[in-house]
Design a protein around this ligand. Structure first.
Ligand code: NI
Length: 232
């Protein structure tokens, strides 16, 4: 009799254990359905790297075709330029565009990249620069007013336009270009920093992405690449 009871208890324990295991398994399966795993900031920053187009020597320079996956980058926007004028992508529809996102309080990367863009504009022959509109778009609409941007741009190519807008307008255009930004506040310190991806986008007059230049590309390399392209 005692043995029987023990055996039953053992069966019960094993049975319940198996039941739990099956139930857990089914629940995990269920939980996995429809799960969207959010990208970490690092992974988001890598998104631009993933859409990186072939290096110049691999790409067909004669081709005006946009690159694979390019439809995912860029798009319509509504912003305000450094003179306070409301603008959209249509205002630059006649030009190829070099687009860079940053902010005027950025201590290092942005000034370097905008100096590079200035060097590029100075280094290219006029028949090419006539076709190219350099555009700086802020990721810091809170502080980067049109006046602030206008003053900031005095250090760079006179052809450069600087765009800002409402928080929503800026966030929309940053999303359209897959720009990663992250605000960093340090307790006890005034102001804030913005961590951001630092790519320069080459767009054609139809707003299709032709190339993404990472910040490691030098002005000379980009000049070489831009010189080898055909323009309409
Ligand atoms: Ni910056």
């Amino acid at each position: 009799m005692k043995h029987h009871i023990l055996r039953w208890i053992l069966f019960l324990i094993i049975g319940v254990g198996i039941g739990f295991a099956i139930n857990n398994y089914l629940n995990i399966e269920k939980d996995l359905e429809g799960v969207v795993i959010p990208l970490s900031p690092d992974q988001q920053a890598d998104v631009s790297a993933i859409i990186r187009v072939p290096p110049p020597d691999e790409a067909t320079k004669e081709s005006e075709d946009s690159v694979a996956g390019a439809e995912a980058i860029g798009g319509d926007f509504s912003l305000v330029d450094q003179n306070g004028k409301e603008v959209t992508q249509a205002d630059y529809a006649d030009s190829y565009k070099l687009v860079f996102f940053g902010f005027t309080y950025c201590p290092a990367v942005c000034p370097t990249e905008l100096n590079k863009m200035t060097k590029i504009m100075e280094g290219l022959p006029k028949e090419i620069t006539d076709k190219i509109q350099p555009i700086f778009i802020t990721v810091d609409p809170e502080r980067d007013t049109p006046e602030r941007i206008k003053e900031y741009l005095e250090s760079f190519s006179p052809k450069m336009v600087g765009l800002t807008g409402t928080k929503e307008q800026v966030s929309d255009v940053a999303k359209a270009y897959r720009v990663y930004t992250s605000k960093i506040e340090t307790p006890g310190m005034d102001g804030y920093m913005i961590n951001h991806s630092a790519y320069t986008y080459l767009m054609n007059p139809d707003d299709q992405l032709l190339e993404v230049y990472p910040d490691k590309d030098t002005a000379d390399e980009i000049i070489k690449d831009l010189s080898a392209r055909s323009y309409k």
